[in-house]
Write a new protein. Sequence first.
Length: 133
Amino acid sequence: ARHPNLTDKQTMWLELIPLIRKTEPIRYRPPTVPWRRSIYDFFAGKNSTVLASLIIIQHTIALTCYTSNFNYNSILLLDYINFGFYFVYAIEILMKTLAWGVKGFLYQKKHWLEIIIICLGGFDALYSVILET
């Protein structure tokens, strides 16, 4: 139906609005390659939550030790352990990228947050290790 006071483009836009409302967002499909699927299943399940919980517990212990009266060697050891956990997280991100693929990994916003946290935390851990040596 032609609207008398609208341009052709505005009319076309009004006709497209019902079609746009019917569209659904693109959903990510799990990988079909067996080795990628096994990595995907590991990280999409509850197993990765256990790893994240262990790292949070380690950070809690490290912060407690920093605020307490610990000697230099103990704090240095905690810095190396902290650096090790960041290395494990970096490997986890690489594994997730292999499992989901680059587009699938970056499609989910929570993965962007993980990348930012790992980059900032890795710089902190690396800085503390370099500063202490």
